[in-house]
Design a protein around this ligand. Structure first.
Ligand SMILES: [Zn+2]
Length: 289
């Protein structure tokens, strides 16, 4: 198979493209089709926050539905691995990094190495996931700001220069269309790092209100949002940039995002501390008309 990493066009917002199949892998969940270039955003195998794009690939007059785009990799020794089976972190030496398209049902026979195909991402779902991902980042920045007074020691700075609660405590982030769920560990190590969890717990409702006021202000700013890349392949680093009134936020991020905060009618969060060791932040975005 081809030794080059997949070229991706989703960071610039592409939804359609053409490519050549470089590999077809049979898996228990169906065929995974690797293409030299693609507009599909794949779910990351090490930090699976944003689900992979779904859509359609066409070969000749046949079409195949793509359930989800996934990461794939092939080692210099020729070992091919998909998603969670990839035994190394993204970008590790000795591996070529690929986008796989997991095809639903029986894949057309013509969908093999060498075939020229068309690719079309489900635009409605992509837009919803992009709003969910941008809302997730903004909610995290607003959370950092809303708990900034609770640090007795400097935990390091976030993308806006505020104490980095997100970086210290976030243990998982799950993005869906128009929203996200983030989990934060409030255990002993966070207390030892200087965070006042007791005051946080007793002032939860006020903190939530502060986050929501900040999010409303950011949405009304209509700030621009974009992705910058260091190169054109799936393994090149990508960063989300957002020109907030307080300054430009820049966050290392592999996902997709809106072009402007004017794409939102609102973003809001709910904070839950049902387990005193675990903060759950549920973020909900409402698209503008
Ligand atoms: Zn991100």
């Amino acid at each position: 198979m081809s030794a080059a990493s997949t070229i991706v066009s989703f960071p610039a917002g592409a939804l359609e493209g053409e490519g050549v199949v470089t590999h077809r892998e049979s898996t228990p969940e169906g065929a995974v089709i690797v293409v030299d270039r693609t507009p599909f955003h794949p779910v990351d195998h090490t930090w699976p926050d944003q689900p992979g794009d779904s859509g359609v690939i066409g070969v000749g007059d046949e079409q195949a539905r793509v359930d989800e785009a996934v990461m794939a990799a092939v080692s210099d020794e020729g070992v091919f691995a998909v998603g969670a089976e990839i035994p190394v972190k993204r970008g590790a030496e000795g591996w070529t990094w690929l986008v796989g398209h997991r095809v639903a049902g029986q894949a057309p026979e013509r969908l093999v190495a060498g075939a020229s195909i068309t690719l079309a991402v489900d635009a409605v779902r992509r837009a919803g996931l992009s709003r969910g991902h941008t809302a997730c980042h903004l909610a995290s920045l607003a959370l950092d700001l809303a708990v900034a007074d609770l640090w007795r020691k400097d935990p390091g700075a976030d993308a806006l220069g505020n104490p980095d609660f997100e970086g210290r405590a976030n243990q998982s982030s799950r993005i869906h269309e128009d929203g996200a769920i983030d989990e934060y560990r409030l255990g002993k190590s966070l207390r030892r790092a200087g965070f006042d969890t007791e005051t946080f717990a007793s002032t939860l409702a006020a903190r939530e209100a502060q986050i929501n006021a900040q999010l409303a202000a950011w949405v009304s700013s209509g700030a621009s949002s974009r992705i910058e890349t260091e190169g054109s392949t799936i393994v090149d680093r990508r960063r989300w940039h957002c020109e907030l009134p307080e300054g430009e936020a820049v966050i290392l991020c592999g996902g997709t995002h809106v072009a402007s905060l004017s794409e939102f009618a609102s973003i809001s969060v709910a904070l839950e501390l049902t387990d005193p060791q675990l903060l759950v932040m549920t973020t909900t975005a409402v698209p503008a008309d």
